[in-house]
Every structure is written in C-alpha cells, then in structure tokens.
Write a protein that binds this ligand. Structure first.
Ligand SMILES: [Mn+2]
Length: 350
C-alpha cells in the first residue's frame, strides 16, 4: 500500500506542478487515474499511451510540444530510458505511479508503487489516485478504474448502497459479476472500447470526461456524450458477433469433452483480451485461447482456472515468439504459420 505520507507527498507534487502532463495507460484504469488527478488539480493535459508494454521514445516529441514542468506517468510498467533522458535534459520532473512489478528505477524519478509498501499490495492505480484526490463525488470514476482491473475496492459496498441502480451488493463479492452483470460494468466496457479510437477522438473524449458532472451524465446518450457512444457501438457490434461465434464453438466442443476453447478472428480491432475475459466468464471450466490475427502476426490472450502461463510457455517451446503475463491470464505472440502448432500443443498438454 501507499502510506499517508506518500499520498501527501504525491498531492504536493501535483500542487507544485504549473503545467503537468499526464501519460496514462490506454485502458480504463489508466484513464480513470488521469481523470481523478486532473479533476482534482484542475490543470494539465492527458496523453493516452498506445505503445505496449512501455512508454516508448515515440512520446519524446510530446515533451517538446507540450513543454510540461512535471510529467505524471500512470499505470505503465516501463518507461524508455531515452524518454527519461530527454525529460531530464529539458528539466522536466517525472512522477511515476504504478502497480506492476517493480523495475529498476532511476533515482531522480519520484516513484510510487503499493507493491513497495508495508504490507505490499497491488491495488489498481485508480484506487490510489482516488485516495490522493479524496473527492467523494468522483468515487464512480475510481469504481470504474478498479472494476476494469478486476478489483473490488473497499468503498464498493458504500457505492452499491448509494447507487442501487448501478451496482449491487452481490457484485461486491465477485469482480466478474460486477463487470458483466451491472450497469457500472457496462460503462467500463463503453469507456474501454471508446479508448480504441484515433488520437483526436480520444482527446475529445477526455475533454468530455474532465468536465462531466457525474455518472448520470455519462449514462445519458445525448449530444454531449455522442462521440463516446458512437465509437463504443461501432466496436461493440463486432465484439458481440465474435462473442456469439465463440459461444457457438463452445457448444460444439462441449460434446467432445475438450478442455481448450479456441477462437480466432481477424479485423481492425484488437479485442482479444476483452473477448478472452468474457468467454472465460461464460465457460469457466475451459481454457480459453483467443487469437487475433493481424497480417502475418498473431496475438493470443489465454485465460483459465489452471496455471495457463506455465501451460502456454510449454506449448510455445520450439515456436518463435513470446509469452507471459499472469498465472490465470496471459498472452502470447507468434507468427501466423505457427498458430496451428500452438493450438495442437495446447490440446496435447491439456
Ligand atoms: Mn492497472
């Protein structure tokens, strides 16, 4: 966890900044973290980082363009050394708040990570930015960020009691239920899909969310929120189709008693992580592998009750590519020619 002192220190850094720029991970935890801080300090610009897994050197130009005195990096496990050097050269201070495994950190960076605390913990960044901002009226934003990272925060029961139409007490016991069966979960999906848009559209979305009065304004589909919903619907149409297909496939394999639920798709949008989560939610006894084919490359998302990280690492033996992630949720990338082999290996190992 972060200590009271650290929370206070972070707040002071925010206050010192005249022209902060917030670089945040391109997911709902990252977005919520930015919004909580931005709505608290009322200054600075936000940049959604689209490079993965780290903030890479393609963002150096933002330092010249936006001329910040402080930058705040949120929910990103890696910052390219060259970016850090460039910031130093320009006399820009770096504040970094993250909850991923700790990397070697440059001494001149103000680094905050609950994993370093006592006790060590890894709450989403939105949880901590909410503690920093302390604005009760923004609790819904913190809820969205936490949920999207499959984390139920300690204020969720309070939230459920005060917002019965949005969230339920039973959902406070189960993050999957919270995500797939509540209105708040649906909104997390809306924001997640809306983030998958061109930079200019995302900037527009940020402006809307910085100024929005409350969650009721976000729920309402009107002239104000239309840019968010347009993109969401566009992606959700595809997403729902893929999901239906995957459910169909699982019906067919149920009879054969197979452990692996394999689903592949190609297209404009990278949705394999979201799809794998929801398919796994529907078929918790299967190991789910969703393969997103883009040109000659494949990105896979794997979910399962068992240790799929080890399973995938073994199935990738002899295949050129990478794999890694968490025990029950991991990823792999490889060339398209090796996808049948990966599927085959997984089937054999299971
Ligand atoms: Mn996160």
């Amino acid at each position: 966890m972060l200590s009271e002192k650290q929370i206070q220190d972070f707040r002071e850094l925010l206050e010192q900044a005249q022209n902060p720029v917030f670089f945040f991970d391109n997911d709902v935890d990252g977005l919520s973290s930015f919004l909580l801080l931005r709505r608290f300090c009322r200054k600075g610009k936000g940049v959604a980082i689209k490079t993965f897994p780290g903030l890479d050197t393609s963002y150096n130009r933002k330092l010249h363009e936006l001329k910040p005195d402080y930058i705040f990096v949120l929910d990103k496990p890696i910052i390219a050394q060259d970016f850090i050097d460039e910031a130093k050269k320009l006399n820009i201070k770096i504040v970094w708040l993250d909850h991923h495994p700790i990397q070697e950190i440059d001494k001149e960076i103000y680094y905050f990570n609950p994993l370093q605390g006592k006790p060590s913990s890894n709450e989403p960044v939105a949880y901590w930015t909410y503690k920093i901002s302390g604005k009760k009226e923004d609790q819904w934003i913190a809820m969205l960020g936490c949920l999207a990272d499959w984390f139920i925060p300690d204020f969720s029961e309070e939230f459920a009691k005060e917002n019965p139409g949005l969230f339920t007490i039973t959902a406070t016991k189960d993050p999957a239920k919270a995500l797939y069966e509540t209105e708040l979960g649906r909104l997390a999906k809306v924001l997640s899909f809306a983030l998958k848009d061109r930079t200019t559209a995302v900037v527009k979305m940020l402006r809307i969310l910085i100024n929005i009065k409350g969650i009721q304004e976000l729920i309402k589909e009107d002239s104000k929120t239309i840019p968010i919903y347009t993109r969401f619907k566009q992606i959700d149409r595809r997403y729902s189709k893929y999901l239906e297909k995957a459910k169909q496939i699982s019906k067919e394999i149920k009879n054969k008693d197979k452990k692996l639920l394999f689903f592949q798709y190609a297209g404009q949008f990278s949705l394999s992580g979201e799809l794998a989560n929801e398919i796994y939610y529907n078929f918790p006894n299967k190991v789910v592998l969703v393969a997103y084919i883009k040109g000659s490359k494949v990105n896979c998302s794997i979910r399962g009750k068992i240790d799929v990280r080890t399973l995938v690492a073994r199935a990738m033996e002899g295949i050129e590519g990478t794999s890694g992630g968490h025990k029950n949720a991991c990823g792999a990338s490889l060339g398209i020619e090796d996808l049948p082999k990966l599927k085959d290996n997984m089937n054999k190992l299971l």
